[in-house]
Design a protein. Structure first.
Length: 169
């Protein structure tokens, strides 16, 4: 019987934790305030889980979005992707510099900062690679600390890259 050799690789992540929004850097706080304003715009009649996102772009524009549900669940879209897809279609040459994400439930209090789902992380990762510039992600819920990372790579360290779709000789 052959002996298998195995290595264990450790992945270390750096996540900033702020006790409150007041502790955030000014640009992050202002963006998060905009995201929080848009929570009420979410269309969440099924989950009652409202999420809003605000993006700052390299051209100075701010783009906002909220989750949009549908009775056929796969047809809905997360707040992050609503904002990102709009931003990239309206301002294709602008880089996404940061995204603030805020969440609230109609049914219970969310105590932990809400991070993007896997699909949103992959979309952010692709734009981060495409633009050659990191995207700062700031995350908040109703209570608890505010979290921030300087790159989506901190939330998706083993991301799928488009290079993996290309034939290699």
């Amino acid at each position: 019987m052959a002996v298998q050799k195995m290595k264990i690789k450790n992945i270390q992540l750096s996540i900033e934790e702020y006790d409150s929004m007041g502790d955030l850097p000014s640009a992050d706080r202002q963006l998060m305030e905009l995201a929080e304003q848009d929570i009420k715009k979410a269309y969440a009649p099924y989950s009652h889980y409202r999420v809003a996102a605000a993006l700052s772009l390299s051209n100075g524009e701010i783009v906002r979005g909220s989750n949009q549900e549908n009775a056929a669940y796969p047809s809905g879209l997360c707040a992050e992707r609503v904002a990102i897809f709009y931003a990239k279609s309206k301002y294709p040459d602008a880089c996404i510099e940061r995204i603030a994400i805020a969440a609230r439930s109609d049914d219970f209090v969310i105590h932990e900062a809400v991070s993007p789902c896997g699909a949103c992380r992959q979309v952010m990762a692709e734009y981060e690679i495409q633009q050659g510039k990191d995207i700062r992600v700031i995350m908040k819920s109703e209570q608890g600390p505010v979290l921030a990372v300087n790159s989506i790579n901190e939330l998706l360290p083993m991301m799928f890259h488009a290079e993996e779709l290309k034939k290699k000789d």
